[in-house]
Ligand binder design. Structure first.
Ligand SMILES: [Zn+2]
Ligand SMILES: [Zn+2]
Length: 361
């Protein structure tokens, strides 16, 4: 039996390829059928040729799948819950060996085996490290978690990247009740960050150029939304945010635009003693003008966040289970494509025409 995959032949060009599905699933592994998979900012960077090494191969990492075959001894998920064929699960998209120096120093997100299977589609079992496909192979030791029955496919589909990622960001910034949080960007990451910050009791201000995304931000609990076209200079936005925060500036700013030019503005608006969390700027080669005096004189802590410890994905599912009736997680994926339309899905995502594209293979 064969499965299908969207394969990047070279940056900017994708074709659909067919590969044999594994005849046997090795002990400790599992074969999933992809239910839904989303276009994240990383795919746009890779597709546009901005990644230093990833030039060809399968794409995609944010997904929910259904178990179609289990290897011998694969009996529980990452939290020890029993699993069986037919269960819906979400994978940690990286490998975390828990034995290498990075894992032992407490940074399994930067395990030396992190991307062992990324874009390695020319060797069996083919369907690994890439989710824009009909199937996905979970390697032995790769973390995955069962999706609670009460959480719908579309609600859980962004848990293993967007939601887990911003949960790390909110955690490292130690967002507390009563604080003011500004989120730069109302895409998939920004909307999830809004829900998590609101859940912690913060007041949330979100900035974006797309009115549709700002409307959605309101439904995700944003107290104030700032349309770039209405406040069209950096000075005007910073002043408006000061006015909204009793003249002090936000306690926490979270950058999820992937546009490094917004960083000086973030440093300008943030209040004394605040924390600036950088998540979106994952591509090298986009420096920005940065005046260190802002950080020094305002005692700003700048923290970079990239990938996550598996515990955050477990936490993300619990968060969805508890808050899914309060925030419209299912509507965050506001544009749907087929597997044959992956190229169009990535190109239109790059144009920021909607919040987050989903692919149903
Ligand atoms: Zn490791
Ligand atoms: Zn992602």
């Amino acid at each position: 039996m064969k499965g299908r995959m969207a394969y990047m032949d070279e940056p900017g060009r994708i074709s659909i390829r067919e590969y044999d599905l594994p005849k046997t699933v090795e002990p400790g592994a599992a074969l999933l059928e992809v239910i839904q998979t989303n276009v994240c900012g990383s795919e746009i960077h890779i597709f546009n040729g901005h990644h230093p090494t990833m030039r060809t191969g399968g794409l995609g990492h944010e997904m929910i799948g259904r178990i179609v075959e289990l290897g011998e001894g694969t009996e529980t998920d990452g939290a020890g819950q029993p699993i069986q064929v037919g269960d819906r699960v979400v994978p940690v998209y990286t490998i975390n060996c828990m034995k290498c120096p990075a894992c032992l120093k407490g940074h399994p997100s930067h395990c030396e085996h992190t991307f062992t299977y990324f874009m390695q589609q020319d060797t069996p079992p083919y369907f690994h490290g890439a989710t824009f496909a009909t199937h996905y192979y979970l390697h032995p030791g790769q973390f995955f978690f069962k999706v609670p029955d009460t959480v719908a496919d579309g609600e859980a589909a962004a848990a293993n990247c967007a939601l887990s990622q911003v949960m790390v960001g909110i955690d490292v910034a130690d967002v507390k009740a009563g604080q003011n949080v500004v989120i730069q960007g109302a895409g998939g990451l920004g909307l999830n960050a809004c829900a998590v910050a609101k859940d912690r009791g913060a007041t949330v201000i979100i900035i974006d150029p797309v009115p549709l995304r700002l409307e959605l931000a309101r439904e995700f609990g944003a107290d104030h939304v700032i349309d770039l076209s209405e406040h069209n200079s950096s000075e005007a936005r910073v002043q408006h945010i000061r006015d909204l925060t009793d003249g002090w500036g936000p306690d926490v700013v979270i950058e999820v635009t992937g546009v490094s030019e917004v960083i000086p503005e973030g440093l300008d608006m943030i209040g004394v003693g605040g924390t600036y969390v950088l998540i979106g700027s994952i591509g090298f080669g986009h420096p920005c003008d940065f005046d260190p005096a802002y950080a020094v004189r305002k005692l700003i802590k700048i923290v970079g966040v990239n990938r996550y410890h598996p515990k955050y994905l477990q936490g993300a599912l619990k968060f969805l289970e508890r808050t899914k009736d309060r925030y419209p997680f299912g509507r965050l994926l506001d544009k749907c494509f087929s597997l044959d339309e992956v190229q169009e899905a990535i190109e239109s995502s790059a144009r920021r025409e909607f919040a987050r594209a989903t692919i149903v293979p």
